[in-house]
Write a protein that binds this ligand. Structure first.
Ligand SMILES: Cc1cc2nc3c(=O)[nH]c(=O)nc-3n(C[C@H](O)[C@H](O)[C@H](O)COP(=O)(O)OP(=O)(O)OC[C@H]3O[C@@H](n4cnc5c(N)ncnc54)[C@H](O)[C@@H]3O)c2cc1C
Length: 457
């Protein structure tokens, strides 16, 4: 029996472990190492780490289309991808305290009123609800523990020797190293620098990646209601093929929609999430306006530099004067008319107000690309006529795309190390369904190998 080590208890790692134990793989041979906390100890501010990883405090929207959320069908085809998506969604329902509340929205027709300014991508989405993710996490974790899966929490894997099949950890647990027969590398966005480090150290061939950067846009929901009625998580998009730039609205939150500050590598950017419970209703909408720019050398460093330029250390500026407020580092907030909004915990979203002058700094940091975002907003004002100046934007929102190692399409394993599988955001995923599907796909392959071995000769 092979000893399997999974780095990252995120969506990908957890789905992989589940598929393995569901198929009789003994949990005692599976160890999951995560630098975060188990679901009982994980705090709301631990957005990126711990059981279910970034998916654990996400908006719980499970996209259900092969064109959304990263690559899966390029590995295994459309039909197989949908089958894997079904397994991931079934897992979320299975550990959900109220599975009957998991609903699928499936918009059908592209409305005329958004043309000719935008295209609209329509696809089904399963809604799990942020509020339930914590409970799902606990139920899911209890299941894996009951099956014998070992978890090592609050432990960061700092190095891997692929030749000696050993991972090294900090703080030092199990003598500071753990050996494996097979490794599943599912470190998500929070481990992107580690993935990059390994790719450089072992000189993995990688696929070129675009930059994905923009802002988190926020406005009262009624301005967008006409479109929300057609598509809850609408995706407006436009493409400038000759310029290598495309834009899309990304991860739309409605009804009880909150903007969240995220820290990555010591810099701050924005994201959003929605609460399902009615008591959180604020009748706001937020979404990313994300730009994908092709052809930038070293997109990771380019994005990081941009993000650090639009971060600022200043006193809290919440619109009220006259009382002491501590200094903090955060991104920027611009609005022609609105104040910032509050988080679901009732605090002002951390962001520094800027005016027209500050906007110039942003334009400089984006090196000319900010015009695309400003034009996008201008055109939204035409399509949603009540919007006018009743909006704000949090700057920046960024998606750091990991350097994607070239993997074998049947196994997601590295060419030089066929017992090392990359899954989730550490590979090419950009969402829960694809990440979970990749974990499941790798587990299927492992079960297949295992069954072959067990066959009598
Ligand atoms: C606020 C927010 C909202 C989101 N909302 C949605 C949504 O509604 N729908 C959707 O589809 N996607 C959403 N996403 C994206 C989605 O959560 C991710 O795509 C998905 O979780 C990726 O899964 P993963 O397993 O690859 O990585 P993750 O889920 O990020 O898990 C990676 C795990 O690896 C651990 N780790 C990292 N490095 C190390 C290391 N060196 N050693 C040990 N452990 C390590 C981390 O602690 C983490 O637990 C959201 C993301 C955020 C941040």
């Amino acid at each position: 029996m092979e000893k399997i080590v999974i780095i990252g208890a995120g969506v990908a790692g957890v789905n992989a472990a589940t598929k393995l134990v569901d198929n009789g793989y003994p949990g005692e041979y599976i160890t999951i190492i995560d630098m975060g906390n188990d679901p009982y100890k994980r705090k709301p501010e631990e957005v990126m780490t711990g059981f279910m990883g970034a998916g654990g405090w996400s908006d719980g929207k499970l996209t259900y289309h092969t064109a959304i959320g990263g690559h899966m069908s390029k590995y295994c085809g459309e039909e197989k991808t949908m089958e894997l998506f079904d397994e991931v969604i079934t897992n979320f329902k299975r550990f959900h305290p109220k599975p009957e509340e998991v609903q699928c929205s499936n918009p059908e027709a592209e409305p005329d009123f958004i043309k000719p300014y935008f295209g609209l991508r329509l696809f089904p989405v399963w809604h799990v609800g942020t509020d339930y993710l914590h409970e799902i996490g606990k139920n899911w974790y209890d299941y894996l523990v009951s099956k014998g899966v070992g978890f090592i929490w609050n432990t960061k894997v700092t190095n891997i020797d692929f030749k000696r099949q050993t991972v090294f950890t900090n703080p030092v647990k199990h003598n500071g190293y753990i050996c494996y027969d097979r490794l599943i590398f599912g470190v998500g966005k929070s481990g992107i620098d580690f993935g990059k480090e390994l790719a450089e150290k072992y000189d993995f061939p990688t696929e070129p990646k675009p930059v994905q950067i923009g802002v988190r846009f926020e406005a009262p929901q009624h301005h967008f209601q006409k479109l929300i009625d057609i598509s809850y998580d609408f995706k407006l998009y436009r493409k400038f093929e000759d310029e290598g730039v495309s834009l899309r609205s990304f991860c739309t939150n409605n009804n009880a929609a909150y903007v969240a500050l995220e820290e990555t590598y010591g810099d701050y950017s924005y994201n959003g999430h929605a609460k399902k419970d009615e008591s959180y209703r604020n009748n706001m909408t937020n979404f990313g306006i994300l730009m994908e720019v092709q052809g930038i050398d070293n997109p990771f460093d380019w994005s990081r530099e941009l993000v650090s330029k639009v971060n600022k250390v200043d006193i809290a500026s919440d619109g009220k004067l006259g009382r002491f407020r501590p200094k903090y580092r955060a991104g920027l907030y611009y609005s022609p008319s609105r104040n910032k909004s509050k988080t679901s915990e009732g605090e002002w979203v951390k962001a520094h107000f800027i005016g027209e002058e500050g906007l110039q700094t942003v334009r400089d940091a984006f090196q000319g690309y900010f015009t695309y975002i400003e034009d996008f907003i201008e055109d939204m004002k035409k399509v949603f006529p009540t919007l006018k100046d009743d909006w704000g934007m949090y700057i920046p929102e960024v998606k750091y795309l990991s350097p994607e190692p070239l993997v074998d399409y049947d196994t997601l394993a590295l060419a030089d190390f066929n017992n090392v599988h990359f899954v989730g955001d550490a590979l090419s995923a950009r969402g829960i369904t694809v990440s979970g599907a990749q974990g499941t796909y790798v587990a299927e392959y492992i079960i297949h190998c295992h069954n072959e071995e067990l066959k009598p000769i």
